[in-house]
Design a protein around this ligand. Structure first.
Ligand code: WTA
Length: 658
């Protein structure tokens, strides 16, 4: 269901009580980047807090004169300043003697590797920027990027940033249709792509989707194509004369001399499209100075980044997590990162743990869906490797169930490594709600507290703060440097989507509760809230109760229309490997939920399934599960990672037991 904004009883029932707490380890706290004083400093004057950091952490060609111009809901940060992001990510580090430091350890899926130092990256980015100019791209022109996880992907982004040509990265798994829609909305001039990439041991072509998309995109003048697969791609790659240019033909012969263009603080850095449920995708706009500051500061404090760390964010660069925490934040902090092309199960479920052992990864940042996938296989794969280099573990993308949190800490983090559960969005650009390692006592499943300077609150349907212990809607009450500057070409939609539900507040679209200690618990999107007999129950609480059972690997829950109770709970459950998913287990699980949360939350329907429909960034597409539960035709499936999954579930759904 979607929540009716005019409804007057918005509180979300606060049912699942998680009481375990993990105080910071004093030894970690003694060396931590973050300190409790930051909260005090930022609360006293949040503008002064960000201004101090902007002066300390960024290099400016010209200093800013004004920290914040706030014309609600439009913000401008650090006006008057001029800077360049690629300069901040590369040139200044090389100038400071870090040219030989590794920027990326890249690992291809077949096992090929490439190491790029900051000096290598600066050289490649400079040459690529010169190639963009030769292809007619100027400051302000939009460039679409549609690539696998290869080093040329961050190189392309940084080259755009060096020139001030806003990029829009379209995830390499999206369809031709999704690509052409986004290119047309952005009116991009150039597409940077590759012949393909490796996926689960097989070459997967990318260029044919570009060719198909380009039949519908009048603004594109050229494509720039990296040769990743070459002769491994059966049939090769068709290149269109005059339009398509091989990367190695044009980039390799460019000069390495290419000074970064000084850009205004508010110059547009990128557009990133988030899929709306029905309407066309929204082009979320991010600009230069505030975005970079937010990404860099949060990265350094939330992950406790030190000069010798080897940091791995196992997301895809095509997602905002990759923009902020694989590319811009880490490089601004001169961090050594791992970039991995493939999936966690290829060639085996040991792959991630092998990489961590071999590269001595000290910080891992990934999504709960990945953690649960590993949980489903069991801890033996991780146990076969030395993971003692790890010292901080992060989670992002969806609420993490307490059981997955505990598994992550126990089996990956030796029971002691701090876990940072970070809440944020494409729109926020930077981590907004998170523990600070060494400072915050954590509770499994809670993202804890707003980052210093961030004003987050939980409000009822009238926009009033709910008392401690209550649930409601998550809002942000103060501008922050990395906030979106709007929806590209549609200021009215920006106001309507984010700023009209509660006047003067940013509405994140998530439900949240705050426990009696003031900890924030994210409850998922508000359209993931079910209404059973007048009780609003969050899908995540029921899912966590199911995953809490020893036989369950993963669960997704939706509301199904019910003539008596309004909605009834329909649960889709993936059993752990080796578990016999029979009717008795179904009954046991439903009882288990009743026991853990209460009879009101007991699923009326429960179905075992081998898989769940997910977006490429790993979010469960509950919208499609709702369609299945209701027996309806499926809505838009363009962002679905594996179309076959839905059909398998649908065939079985007639057999859901009641
Ligand atoms: C969800 C991803 C709970 C949330 C960075 C948000 C989370 C949406 C968390 C944004 C978390 C992200 N706990 N929920 N730690 N992190 N979310 O734009 O619903 O892909 O609104 O940005 O993911 O997803 P997006």
């Amino acid at each position: 269901m979607s929540v009716d904004p005019t409804q007057s009883s918005p509180e979300i029932e606060n049912l699942l009580a998680e009481t375990r707490t993990f105080p910071p380890d004093p030894a970690f706290a003694a060396q931590a980047n973050a300190t409790a004083d930051l909260y005090i400093e930022a609360e006293a004057d949040f503008e002064a807090f960000w201004a101090r950091l902007a002066r300390e952490r960024l290099d400016w060609f010209e200093p800013f004169h004004t920290t914040l111009e706030w014309d609600l809901p439009f913000s401008k940060w650090f006006t008057g300043g001029k800077l360049n992001i690629s300069y901040n990510c590369l040139d200044r580090h090389v100038a400071n003697g870090l040219g030989d430091k590794v920027a990326y350890h890249w690992i291809g899926e077949p096992g090929d590797t490439r190491t790029l130092t900051f000096a290598d990256l600066l050289r490649e980015v400079s040459k690529t920027t010169n190639a963009l100019k030769e292809l007619g791209v100027g400051t302000g022109d939009r460039v679409a990027i549609y690539m696998p996880m290869i080093p040329e992907l961050p190189i392309a982004m940084l080259a755009c940033a060096r020139l001030g040509a806003p990029h829009t990265v379209i995830f390499g798994g999206f369809s031709a249709e999704a690509l052409s829609d986004r290119i047309n909305d952005a009116e991009a001039k150039l597409v940077i792509t590759a012949d393909g990439g490796w996926r689960r041991g097989k070459p997967a072509a990318l260029k044919p989707a570009v060719d198909e998309a380009l039949a519908l995109t009048p603004t594109i003048e050229h494509t720039l194509v990296v040769r990743r697969l070459g002769d491994d791609l059966p049939g090769g790659t068709a290149m269109s004369d005059g339009r398509d240019v091989w990367w190695h033909d044009i980039v390799d012969r460019q000069s390495e001399d290419c000074p970064a263009v000084p850009l205004d603080s508010e110059h547009m850095l990128y557009l990133l499209y988030t899929s709306g449920t029905t309407a066309k995708p929204k082009g979320i706009m991010h600009t230069t100075a505030g975005y970079l500051l937010g990404a860099a500061v949060t990265h350094q404090m939330v992950f406790d980044i030190k000069p010798d760390d080897v940091y791995w964010c196992a997301a895809d660069v095509g997602w905002v997590t990759g923009h902020s925490y694989i590319v811009y934040g880490p490089l601004a902090n001169a961090t050594t990162g791992v970039l991995y092309e493939g999936t966690p199960d290829s060639p085996t479920w040991e792959r991630w743990w092998q990489i961590i052992e071999e590269y001595k990864v000290s910080i891992l940042y990934c999504a709960p869906t990945a953690i649960r996938a590993h949980m489903k296989q069991g801890p033996q794969y991780a146990q076969a490797h030395d993971l003692t280099s790890l010292r901080v573990l992060g989670s992002v993308g969806e609420p993490i169930n307490p059981e997955a949190w505990l598994w992550y800490q126990e089996h990956i983090g030796r029971g002691t490594v701090p876990i940072v559960d970070t809440w944020w969005q494409t729109e926020t650009g930077m981590i907004m709600i998170t523990p600070l390692p060494g400072v915050t006592a954590t509770k499994p499943g809670s993202a804890t507290f707003p980052f210093p300077g961030i004003a987050a609150d939980v409000v009822d349907g009238n926009g009033e703060s709910v008392p401690l212990g209550g649930g409601g809607y998550l809002v942000l009450k103060r501008p922050w440097p990395a906030m979106l500057r709007g929806i590209y070409g549609d200021p009215e939609r920006y106001k309507a989507t984010y700023w009209s539900r509660f006047p003067g507040m940013y509405f994140a679209g998530d439900g949240a509760k705050r426990d009696v200690d003031g900890y924030l618990w994210l409850l998922g999107r508000v359209d993931d809230v079910m209404n059973v007999s007048g009780h609003r129950i969050s899908t995540i609480e029921v899912e966590s109760a199911l995953v809490d059972h020893q036989s369950v690997a993963e669960a997704a829950v939706v509301g199904k229309n019910d003539p008596i109770t309004g909605q009834a709970i329909f649960a889709f459950v993936i059993p752990k490997v080796g578990i016999d998913a029979n009717e008795a287990l179904g009954t046991e699980l439903r009882e288990h939920v009743a026991k853990v949360i209460g009879p009101i939350a007991k699923p009326k329907f429960l179905m075992f399934t081998p898989d769940l429909p997910k977006t490429r960034s790993g979010k469960i597409m509950r919208r499609l599960l709702r369609d299945i539960a209701e027996g309806r035709a499926l809505g838009d499936t363009t962002t679905l990672a594996d179309g076959g999954v839905v059909e398998t579930i649908r065939e079985k759904s007639g057999t859901a037991e009641e």
